[in-house]
Design a protein around this ligand. Sequence first.
Ligand code: BEZ
Ligand code: FE
Length: 290
Amino acid sequence: MSLDLTETTITETVQKTFDKAKDERIREIFVSLVQHLHDFTREVRLTDEEWFTAVDFLERVGKISSPTRQEFVLLSDILGLSVLVDQINHHHGSSATDSTLLGPFYVEGRPTAQNGADISGGVGGMPMFFSGTVLDTDGTPVAGAHVDTWHSDGDGFYDVQQADKLDHKLAMRALLITDDNGRFWYRSITPRCYPVPTDGPCGEILRAAHRSPTRPEHIHFWFHAEGHEPLITTLFRGGDPYLDSDAVFGAKRSLVADFVQHDAGDTAPDGTVMTEPFQTVKWTFILTGK
Ligand code: BEZ
Ligand code: FE
């Protein structure tokens, strides 16, 4: 190792320290990471003060993180890294439904529900009736698919963000199973657009850039079916004013759905004559075979 390192020779010197890594992929990733990190540092002529600020920022991202507060994931999300990784690794542009971000509000141990059930968990709001069909790329219905769904309430809050108010009960989420025709359906309440958490270090970046923290109104889905690739996706409400400024870049044209508004007195998909306005949403999801 040279004792006469310069601004340029430091890069190769550090890269060489990975030469003996047994795992070739680890070597490849670190050599490239060092190259880009050093090039970036040279390009912006990073000052001492800026380096300290960056290290302090990352430390604070770590300190605020917990099992229910994933600030590193949020950092990846607001920098577009999460969506980039998803774009690289999933079959975009095929006939299968596009995938998008998982987000931090998926919860293990969610309740299972029968098709047709009300999954709102008693949280008040405008009724919403969701009806989905799951097909293979050749149009065959996928029976027995596991469908996780979760969404916010009408104020833009998930159950886990109001655990005390809800007595720690999970709501507005469920695991459903598709029937023989690949169908699943449930009743819940309409979600609403909401801001990603801005009370931590990521909020500082959004404010510094005068960026909107808002995600357009959406419903999350995660499909698992025998013989098919898992699919993590989200449907966004057509007409939402935040569709083209999603704080985490997850909204896609191919995932924009009609959230159809109905009046009181109209009949809901389950045959109930509704005494209040409600919405219906229908979508066909296409899974890729393994
Ligand atoms: C969400 O849609 O649940 C979400 C995704 C990324 C960051 C914050 C929230
Ligand atoms: Fe969400």
